[in-house]
Design a protein around this ligand. Structure first.
Ligand code: ADP
Ligand code: MG
Length: 702
């Protein structure tokens, strides 16, 4: 087969000169045809200098040089054995070291001429190359190494298939392959944005002539990734807006007054602003999709309740979803309390309810006997049918994936397929703006940037494990004065490492009861307890019948017991920053100032950084930024935004400008061609759907 007939779909096995073993290795790397080979991008490039005299070699640069071996030796034994040689070219000396290759002693001898290639590093007063590639020069060897300076791509390789071999294969098909690449962006569009064509891009990525070419190619690839995602998100949004409607929930003066009358306090200015933003949204039939972010204790529940009462006032249903059963139960208690004496019927729906209770609750929800449903994830399970669901609040969004939100979209009133509820998502973990734009490109954002009045500050202290006893003696003293405490132990995620958490809680309880907290009423609370037991314990703690609660992170979000002033966190370095901040938010909610004690002897740098950040600031927004610095954006993407595909080239933090450009371009594009069905959009549409169609649920769009 000649190169002329090489196409993007040509199997690797058919590329002339590619050995079968190498083709097999490429398959392991996910490369089966020429197109995929082009897409197998170098992860970096090495600067390859033309052959230099030894005296001109520079540290840190990959270079080649020639000289005569003037000395050799083997040192070390067995697996540590290494072969060393000295190379001279008349002007300079280069030390060579070959680890683990004592056998070279037999091959490379004093007096031989050698050409080596590798990265020179500083070694004493001179330079050294470790494990260089080498050629023994004899009279037959063609002279000269690399003749010109060049960039060499370094590919993700695998055992038995080196980066150089991949480079050779890529080189053999590069020209015919890139000449067949179709660009999904028009010349004009690219010119306006100074973006190279796709063909040029892949040429510059695989065979750059200059460092700037790698940059230009990277920019185009990153832009494409961001554009595709933004097109997907905007197309989805446009589709929903066009095909789905939500009930218009107008806020009349009468309704406004009734809702205000239900609130036991006046809203803060920030809460009022967000309530206004939501009211404006939900007054329209366009489904609302709004993110409300507000630090721990900023009063998000009141804002949620306000919106839900607005839906109920219009004769519809509302639902509040919490990440844990404990939080759902707590919302149920506090909201029932606030709505005492009103005609609003509230129902709690959780996964652990007895089947018969659940069945009857589901019946009441479907018939419309229930106005307000509070629950956990169970609420989005397929079996819950609402009579007329107009508004959904998802509390503490950081626990929910994008996919779950998509699922939620489908449920609405049962009469009309096209009816969907307004959705409000609440989080205390502020989403850094760049990430918000990328993944939640379809969300509007409101921020509650103020705490309710009279909030007492929380002091945070960091102590070592050796100081635990002093801490608990102090806890006992404070409890004698009428305070209450949370004691938190790192939980092992259910389903991962087993049963340790319950026993850990028990043994800590025993230890404390037999020691510093001997006069204190202690109870243990964890996720495996039955709901009744858990409610009973929380009820007694709230009522002051229990002084100290030893708990796993089930108390992390939302637990509201104003008389609890102390939170002691054991092995605090094992918690994430967002979690620690959430936990700290459990205290300082009442009349008295709160104290948070972090016990731990952090073993990692990150652990120390997290605890220091906690001591230094009480702002969730500052902590979120710190968290991002400590963990890096990739991790935030990987763990939190499940369902969204990661980027290969783009880095939304670094490529902020590109991201904004892609966002604008995508918005304009979708405004012009809402489903990308213009003939000129065929290619971009196909590529976008391939990348994002599935997770965005866009399959049904066309
Ligand atoms: P979060 O934003 O963490 O969910 P909550 O909604 O649980 O915060 O509110 C924290 C506490 O603040 C609750 O006890 C709540 O009753 C109280 N609260 C909320 N808004 C106000 C307000 N405007 N004035 C006084 N107290 C408020
Ligand atoms: Mg809350």
């Amino acid at each position: 087969m000649s190169q002329l007939s090489t196409s993007l779909t040509t199997p690797i096995y058919h590329i002339p000169g590619v050995r079968e073993v190498h083709a097999q290795k490429l398959e392991i790397l996910g490369v089966r045809n020429v197109g995929q080979l082009l897409a197998h991008l170098p992860h970096r490039h090495e600067w390859l200098r033309a052959q230099a005299g030894i005296a001109d070699l520079q540290a840190g640069v990959i270079s080649s040089a020639e000289g005569e071996i003037t000395a050799t030796k083997v040192s070390g034994f067995g697996r540590k054995a290494r072969f060393q040689a000295v190379l001279h070219d008349g002007d300079g000396r280069l030390d060579l070291v070959f680890f683990n290759q004592a056998f070279l002693q037999k091959k490379l001898r004093v007096g031989m001429r050698l050409r080596v290639q590798g990265k020179a590093t500083k070694f004493g007063p001179g330079l050294q190359m470790a494990n260089p590639q080498y050629t023994v020069l004899d009279d037959d060897t063609t002279p000269g190494g690399v003749e010109d300076d060049a960039y060499r791509p370094v590919y993700p390789a695998t055992e038995g298939l080196s980066s150089e071999r991949i480079w050779e294969i890529v080189k053999s098909v590069l020209e015919p392959a890139i000449s067949q690449l179709e660009d999904h962006l028009s010349d004009e569009f690219r010119k306006e944005r100074a973006l190279p064509s796709l063909g040029e891009t892949y040429r510059m990525m695989h065979a750059p002539e200059h460092e700037d070419e790698v940059k230009a190619a990277r920019r185009r690839l990153a832009y494409d990734e961001l554009l595709m995602l933004q097109l997907g998100v905007h197309m989805k949004r446009a589709h929903l807006r066009r095909t789905l409607t939500a009930p218009a929930l107008e806020r009349t003066p009468e309704i406004d007054e009734r809702i205000r009358g239900r609130m036991p306090f006046t809203l803060t200015a920030a809460q009022q602003r967000v309530v206004d933003e939501i009211s404006r949204d939900v007054a329209l039939t366009t489904p609302t999709n709004r993110l409300v972010q507000g630090d721990v204790g900023s009063g998000k529940t009141a804002v949620a309740l306000d919106a839900m009462l607005l839906a109920i006032a219009h004769g519809h249903q509302a639902a509040l979803m919490a990440p844990t059963e404990l939080l759902a139960e707590q919302h149920f208690l506090s909201i029932t309390e606030m709505l005492k004496g009103s005609s609003v019927r509230v129902e709690l729906l959780t996964g652990s309810m007895p089947a018969t209770d659940r069945e009857s609750a589901l019946r009441r929800i479907a018939s419309g006997e229930v106005d307000l449903v509070i629950g956990t994830h169970a609420l989005i399970s397929d079996r819950v049918e609402f009579h007329s669901l107009a508004l959904v609040v998802i509390d503490e969004q950081h626990r929910f994936g994008v996919e779950q939100r998509a699922k939620l979209r489908v449920k609405g009133g049962k009469e009309h397929e096209s009816e969907t509820p307004h959705v409000i998502v609440m989080t205390a973990t502020p989403i850094p703006r760049t990430i918000g734009l990328t993944i939640f490109g379809d969300l509007d954002i409101s921020t509650i940037d103020q705490l309710p009045p009279g909030r007492k500050p929380v002091t945070t202290k960091m102590v070592t494990r050796e100081q635990r006893r002093t801490v608990y003696s102090w806890v006992q003293d404070k409890i004698k004065q009428g305070d209450q405490a949370f004691i938190v132990v790192p939980a092992i995620e259910p389903g991962t490492k087993g049963e340790t958490k319950v026993t850990d809680l028990r043994s800590l309880q025993k230890e404390l009861e037999g020691g510093e907290l001997h006069d204190v009423k202690i109870a243990a609370l964890h996720g495996r307890l039955k709901r009744d037991t858990r409610e009973h314990i929380m009820h007694r703690f709230r009522g002051g019948k229990i002084d100290a609660l030893i708990a796993t992170t089930v108390i992390e979000v939302g637990v509201d017991v104003p008389n609890a002033t102390m939170i002691i966190i054991e092995d605090a370095d094992r918690f994430g920053l967002a979690q620690l901040h959430q936990l700290r938010g459990r205290v300082g909610r009442g009349e008295k100032p709160g104290v948070c004690v972090l016990i731990g002897n952090p073993k990692t740098e990150d652990g120390v950084a997290r605890l220091n950040a906690m001591v230094e600031t009480s702002s969730g927004f500052v902590l979120a930024e710190r968290d991002l610095e400590i963990r890096g954006a990739g991790d935030v993407f990987g763990t939190r935004q499940s369902g969204a595909p990661p980027f290969r080239v783009a880095d939304p933090m670094r490529d902020l400008e590109l991201l904004q450009m892609a966002r604008r371009d995508a918005a304009d594009w979708i405004a012009r061609s809402p489903e990308l069905l213009e003939p000129t959009d065929a290619l971009v549409r196909r590529r976008m759907l391939k990348a994002h169609g599935q997770w965005l649920g866009l399959g049904d769009v066309g």
